[in-house]
Design a protein around this ligand. Structure first.
Ligand code: PEP
Length: 249
């Protein structure tokens, strides 16, 4: 059985600066250890500085297409060539604001793997979907879009981030039990197709994680770390969250 390793990823969204790269990278370099993967997702122009500062980095999205006439888009191969190792795909802000559907997200997932980037597939239900008991159905469909396109084996070189939309940037966090239930559902669903792969798969929780709630979330059996938005912009909070993930998987 593949042993999992905890991961804490920071999504800066459209925030940050060169000064913040310097500040955060110093703190991360003091904190990083072999028992934890720390990955930062700054805006595209800050990726080279983050990498130069020694922090494993990725992009917040990529273009699903190969290079061509797509004004304003960024090619995954260029991100890879910079030295980045990851990309987020299907973040809820991409799905809701930029109307990315599960087909687009699956295309981006495929494109990432084609160039050697590890996709972090973000999935999660809206508040009304949860209220209508559709959480499992929604999350399953978002994962199935990738499985149907690429087969379950493609999930081996990926990470899944469960991020309930109602918890992102709202200060409302899923309780550890609520989050664990969905993480277990995801792992069991994939285990039904490939149990070794499912046991080795890193599944992150995201949604208003902070230094006060991270420990109880990361203590859950199927939660392997977190995807952190707002709190990844504050060195003290982010480092405390990273430390709380050590030794939890
Ligand atoms: C995110 O952007 O993926 C996220 C989880 O944001 P926040 O931590 O601010 O809710």
């Amino acid at each position: 059985m593949t042993k999992r390793k905890p991961m804490v990823a920071g999504n800066w969204k459209m925030n940050g600066s060169l000064a913040l790269v310097e500040q955060l990278s110093d703190a991360i370099n003091e904190t990083k250890s072999a028992e934890l993967d720390i990955v930062l997702f700054p805006p595209f122009p800050l990726i080279p500085a983050m990498l130069k500062a020694g922090v494993i980095s990725g992009s917040q999205t990529i273009c699903e297409n190969e290079p061509g006439a797509y004004t304003g888009e960024v090619d995954a191969q260029l991100i890879k060539d910079l030295g980045a190792q990851y990309t987020l795909v299907g973040h809820s802000e991409r799905r809701s604001i930029y109307k990315e559907n599960s087909t687009t997200v699956a295309n981006k997932f495929a494109r990432a793997q084609n160039v050697g980037l590890t996709p972090i597939l973000c999935v999660g239900e809206s508040e009304s979907e949860r209220e209508n008991a559709l959480t499992e159905q929604v999350v399953a469909a978002q994962i199935d879009a990738v499985i149907e396109k690429l087969g379950v084996a493609a999930l081996k070189d990926s990470v899944i981030a469960y991020e309930p939309v109602w918890a992102i940037g709202t200060g409302k966090t899923a309780s550890p039990e609520q989050a664990q239930n969905v993480h277990k559902f995801i792992r069991d669903k994939i285990a039904a197709l490939d149990s070794n792969l499912a046991q080795g798969l890193t599944i992150l929780y995201g949604g208003s994680v902070n230094e006060k709630n991270s420990e109880s979330l990361f203590a859950q059996a199927d939660i392997d770390g977190g995807l952190i938005g707002g709190a990844s912009l504050k060195a003290d909070s982010f480092i405390a969250i990273c430390n709380s993930a050590k030794g939890t998987v």
